[in-house]
Design a protein around this ligand. Structure first.
Ligand code: ADP
Length: 255
């Protein structure tokens, strides 16, 4: 039974791309305020979970609830349609992508103020003030007026985090946020995410290959393999004493 403390619920979710069955009867819950990392081999369906939450993909069947509201409820073969309620639910979710996805023709500041002004109807002055606070938080206040091309990858990703935060989401999704970065830029981005994890009550769901980082900041770690959550528990258990042979082999290969 769902409870008020469940922020994200996947119930019997299937996702196929043509004949390729990517998520298999997935049941998966993230509690309110929980910080959860998803690990697992490439192609196991991790990103697909985040994309379904962002409504960038739809399940083939199954139900997804976010913060007590239905985001998806599909029966096999049913055509999904976007509703107002769905867009409202979706607006409570922010996402940070592997490839930053900043608007190239806007400054860092404009990237952050764009949605609050257009979507939330904030005044430009109010949006700018909030954006400056967020840039301060990610250590980039002095770069506010630079376009993405003038920033390093790590700086761009920090702007992308600030941009996602500007809409004050209840849920933040991170899709391998450091995988496109040169190694020396990874630490700065992880520091920002660590601060968020430790200081905010947002629900955070992160797909990551940074195992030590996942171990450090997560309340729970979920191991995926071939579209199934094969192991789910506190980081000490998953990294220290995994019960599945598959998890053990995966960790040996990546650690
Ligand atoms: P992971 O994040 O665990 O690496 P993904 O969720 O990205 O895995 O992808 C799972 C599988 O689904 C992969 O085999 C991938 O090739 C396939 N896939 C993902 N998106 C699409 C798509 N739009 N069309 C066809 N196949 C896709």
């Amino acid at each position: 039974m769902p409870t008020r403390d469940d922020m994200i619920i996947f119930s019997s979710v299937n996702k196929s791309f043509g004949a390729h069955h990517v998520l298999r009867d997935l049941d998966f819950v993230v509690g309110r305020g929980e910080k959860v990392s998803i690990i697992g081999p490439s192609g196991s369906g991790k990103t697909t979970i985040l994309r379904i939450l962002m409504t960038l993909e739809h399940p083939t069947s199954g139900q997804v609830m976010v913060d007590g509201d239905e985001l998806w409820n599909l029966h096999t073969g049913q055509k999904p349609k976007e509703t107002k309620a769905m867009r409202r639910t979706r607006s409570r979710i922010g996402m940070v992508f592997q490839q930053f996805n900043l608007f190239p023709h806007m400054t860092a500041l404009e990237n952050i103020t764009e949605a609050p002004i257009r979507v939330q109807g904030k005044s430009p002055a109010q949006a700018r003030q909030q954006a400056m606070e967020l840039l301060e938080m990610v250590g980039l206040a002095e770069h506010a007026n630079k376009r993405p091309a003038k920033l390093s990858g790590g700086q761009q990703q920090r702007v992308a985090i600030a941009r996602a935060m500007a809409l004050q989401p209840a849920v933040m999704l991170f899709d391998e946020p450091t995988s496109a970065l040169d190694p020396e830029l990874v630490g700065g981005v992880l520091n920002v995410i660590r601060d968020l994890a430790q200081t905010s009550d947002m629900t955070m769901l992160m797909v990551t290959h940074e195992m030590r980082f996942a171990q450090e900041i997560s309340d729970r770690v979920v191991m995926f393999d071939e579209g199934v959550a094969i192991e789910d528990g506190p980081p000490q258990q998953i990294f220290g004493n995994p019960s599945h042979e598959r998890t053990r082999r995966f960790l040996q290969a990546v650690l």
